[in-house]
Structure formats: C-alpha cells, structure tokens
Write a protein that binds this ligand. Structure first.
Ligand code: ARG
Length: 480
C-alpha cells in the first residue's frame, strides 16, 4: 500500500486533530484489507441512503443522481481491480466516500448526512450476511437433493445401523440418507429464523443517538429490502447478535457435515467396506502407491474446528462490551467471512460426494447377519404375544447369548432353544427372524419400515420440488 499521502485535514475526522496519525496506528487500525469484501453492499446502502436524502429534501434529485452515478463508477472500478486501496483511509466506507468526493466534489461531501460509519458498517454487514444466508440455503438444498436423488436407487439396500458404533438394528439405506436431510432441514430453519433478525435496518441510527435531521429510516429500509427497522439507536449501534447467530447456525451445519464425513470415512475403510468414494474427490499418498485417501471428508471434519473457533472468537469479542459502538466490533468480520467461506466450500463438495459414492452392496449384505440386528424385533414379537417387555428383553438376551457362544445367527438356533427360552415361542418364530423381516416389521411413523420410508421419500421430493426463493422458518412453511 502506498505511504501516507493524506494530511491531518484529509482524514474524514481530521478537523480536531493537530497531529497526523502514526503510520503504525494506521496499519494497526485498518480494516480495508478484509472489509473491502463489503464494497457492493456499501455502495447499495449508500445509494439507498442518498435516494432517501433526496426524497426528504436534504439533497436535490440532481445531487442524488450524481452520487448514484459516482458510486456506480466506483463499484465498477473496484470490480475491474483498478481501485487503489490504502491503509490511511482505514476501511471500505472511507475509501468509497473519498473516491466519491474526489469524483464529484462537494456533492459527495453530502452523502454522509444523517448517518455514521457505525450504522453504515452494521447495514453493510447485514446486507452481506443476508446474501450469504441465501447462498448457503441454496447449497443446503442441493445437498439434500443429492441425498434424496439416491433414495429410489438404494431402496432395497439394507444397512446395519449403529448406536455406540455397535451394530443395533437394520435400516433401509434411504432411511439413512433422509436422516441427513432432516438435519440439514433444521439447519435451514435455523438460518431462516436468524435471517429475520439479520434483515433489520440499522441505517439512520447514526452514531448512537439518531439524528436531528428529518431522515426517513423506513424509506431506506424499504429500498434495501429490510423487513423491519431497528427501534433503538443505542442498541443497534452495538448489536452484533445477528453475526453471532449466523455463525452459530453455520457451526451447527459444520457439525452435521463433520459427523457425516466421519461416518463416510469409516464406511470407506477396508474394515467397513460399505462405500466406494468417487476418485475425483479423493487424493493419494506420495509414498504408498495403493492409497486412495478420503481427504475431502477428513478436511470437512477438520474444518469444524475453525468454525467452532470463529464462534468462540465472536462470543469473546462482544463479551462485556459497553454500549454502544466500540472499535472491537471491527474484529467481527474475519470470523464471519471465514465461517461463511468454509461452509460454502464444504457444502459444494459434499453434494458431489453424496452423488458420486457407490454402496458396496455385496460386502454389506454378506455381513448383515452379524450383530443380531433382528434381536429387538424378536423382543417386540414376544411383546405382541403378551410377554411383558422386561421379560421379553431377558428372554431374547439369553437367546442371543446362546447363539453368540455357538457363533450362529438367531435363526440358526434349533426350535428347542426357543421353546425352552419362553413358552410363547414355537416354530413360527422363524417367520420373524432375519434382517429383512426385521425391517419389514417396522411400522411406526418415522420408522425404517418400507411403507414409512416410501412416504418420507415422497414427502422429501415434494418439499424439494416446491422450489421457493429462500430459507423459511417452520411457521412460514406451515402457512403455504
Ligand atoms: N471499520 C469500522 C468497523 O468495521 C467501521 C466503523 C468505525 N466507526 C468508528 N467510529 N470508528 O467497525
């Protein structure tokens, strides 16, 4: 960045100062190296502000036109990479304002009427976050779609499901896929709910107390597509709840992605051998020629760490801050930007991985009989014959113990074992044993029974086909 060319008077706040700023202070306090990402939203906020100023008569419509045109040219210069950034001008807001003044003179000096950088940065960040939420929502839908698109093809595949990572009960593969869809749906609802508080206008609260000028904050809010106008200037000047909430919602998404990645890393091992990952999403080893490593999934899991770090940074940043704006708040952007970038990148690859992975059906089927996945269904069969649950649990537990000693399936035990274990059992017990029968026996709402899963697949197809423009909360969805 070029060395100091602006004198004391050239700083936007230069009037009261006799001394020019120490170069090290400029470098320490600058934010333009990262908040330049807000340029488009800064321009949009300024255009709406200028239009409102013209509307209420604080500037003329000709002045407004000059401001709009000047800002548009600046935006284009930034986009062409021709805009000079320098630490003396601190942040993106000062850069754009200075460039405007350099371009259109005194008219440019009127743009900051009735606002301060405190409400300006809050507005920019709200607009930027709103766009980010909408982009991430679309990526979540794409990931859900990748899971739903697998469901019909994988319908007849039964997987062992786990608790404590020990084989528990059999489920249909689409039941597994839709479990992830449900998690990402809650993520979408969280984002939609948080978006309501993001989408509130802070512009015109000025520094912290509002302004004595006759501005129209509701007019500005409408122009920028905000749903509401913040009602207390002192509160909103210091408010970064919307950043905390967004980053929290993103961190939960990362947690979900990380758990899914962990599961698929395990599933793609020789030991599990459930899944073949698409090679385009794997990397190799520089020394072991045979290796095909799930690095994308490992980094998906690993990046959860920085997401949690970003959330913690923000929580500590605002802890104990007095009202209203404090410069500490400038530090909110890096963790927000990083969390958005990270989740977006991971989501994009996740959809491709889900679409490209192949279930290794023979290997799964071959070992499906291991682990007594049908034991719980046998217990429920006894309950159906009026055996109390605790008693039935004990009976099946003893039968599993017997089978395990002989290293056979429950279905391989002789009928005498069953009749000896419980008077309610006879040769008909073989009709309920085995994983396929165990899956078919399921009937409760939300279970892995084929009818239930088929209904859920239809529900998901409809949900994803109903195509809407952005994230919605449950309430909003229910009003359709
Ligand atoms: N760059 C600052 C930030 O991101 C803008 C607001 C500065 N306001 C002030 N009064 N110094 O927070």
């Amino acid at each position: 960045m070029p060395s100091g060319k602006h004198t004391v008077a050239e700083k936007a706040w230069g009037g009261v100062f006799d001394e020019s700023t120490d170069r090290r202070v400029e470098e320490f306090t600058e934010s333009v190296s990262f908040d330049r990402r807000l340029y488009a939203h800064d321009v949009a906020g300024s255009v709406a502000h200028a239009q409102m100023l013209a509307q209420v008569g604080l500037i003329t419509s000709e002045e407004c036109r000059q401001i709009e045109q000047g800002l548009d040219e600046i935006r284009q210069r930034i986009e062409r990479g021709e805009f000079p950034f320098s630490v003396e001008l601190e942040d993106i807001h000062m850069h754009i304002e200075r460039a405007l003044i350099d371009r259109i003179g005194d008219t440019g000096r009127k743009l900051h009427t009735g606002r301060s950088r405190n409400d300006q940065v809050s507005t920019d960040l709200r607009l930027w976050t709103r766009d980010a939420i909408d982009r991430i929502d679309r990526r979540l839908v794409a990931l859900q779609r990748a899971f739903v698109d697998r469901c019909d093809g994988d319908f007849d595949c039964i997987l062992p499901a786990y608790t404590h990572l020990q084989r528990a009960q059999p489920v249909l593969a689409p039941h597994y896929w839709l479990a992830w869809c449900e998690k990402y749906q809650r993520d979408r609802q969280r984002l939609a709910d948080c978006r309501r508080r993001v989408n509130v206008s802070s512009l015109g609260t000025a520094a912290l107390a509002g302004t004595s000028l006759p501005i129209d904050r509701h007019d500005v809010a409408r122009r920028l597509g905000f749903d509401d106008v913040a009602a207390n200037s002192l509160d909103v000047s210091s408010d970064r709840d919307f950043v905390l909430e967004t980053v929290f919602a993103l961190t939960v998404i990362a947690e979900h992605l990380g758990s899914w990645a962990e599961e698929w890393i395990l599933w793609s091992t020789v030991e599990f051998n459930f899944l073949k990952l698409p090679q385009a999403f794997c990397t190799g080893s520089s020394i072991m020629p045979q290796k095909i490593n799930p690095d994308v999934l490992e980094l998906t899991r690993g990046k959860t760490a920085r997401m949690i770090g970003n959330l913690q940074t923000l929580l500590v940043l605002v802890k104990g801050l007095p009202l209203a704006y404090n410069r500490d708040l400038q530090e909110d952007k890096l963790p927000l930007f990083d969390s958005v970038d990270t989740v977006e990148a991971v989501l994009e690859l996740a959809a491709g991985l889900v679409a490209g992975a192949q279930l290794n059906r023979p290997a799964i089927a071959e070992r499906l009989d291991r682990g007594y996945l049908d034991a719980t269904t046998l217990m429920e069969y006894l309950i159906g014959r009026d055996v109390p649950q605790r008693t039935a649990h004990g009976v099946v537990g003893r039968l599993v113990g017997e089978a395990r000693k002989q290293d056979v399936r429950l279905a391989d035990l002789p009928v005498e074992s069953f009749t000896a274990a419980c008077g309610e059992l006879d040769e008909r017990v073989y009709d309920v044993l085995g994983v396929e029968r165990a899956v078919r026996a399921m009937q409760s709402y939300g279970s892995t029974g084929p009818d239930q899963v088929r209904r859920q697949i239809e529900r998901w197809k409809e949900l994803l086909e109903s195509g809407h423009s952005g994230p919605r909360t449950d309430d909003e969805a229910n009003h359709d």
